[in-house]
Design a protein around this ligand. Sequence first.
Ligand SMILES: [Zn+2]
Length: 106
Amino acid sequence: MKDFIQQNLLGALLILAILGYIANYLYKRKCSECKKFGALKKTHRELMHEKHSKVKETIKTKDSKGNVVKSREVMVPATTKTYRVHYECRFCKNKESKIDSVTSKN
Ligand SMILES: [Zn+2]
């Protein structure tokens, strides 16, 4: 019985992770009008503003055998883009928008 649990623990965790992901997805797309989960679909997004920022990057120095001999963190220039994402409900056609921001390396 103990072996059975150990063998299936990984699978159970994986299923939990997937369920959590789906629940989160459905929750984020809940319509505030008709209260249905997973009802909102993305229609378009518009860029509101951009600002300069920095992201942390790890630079690894390897020896001839490919072993990491040194690693250090540096700040590299990046851009944070803030979007207004528009959604429309599949059921009641209610329109909603949410703010989303993405930071990417230049
Ligand atoms: Zn709705």
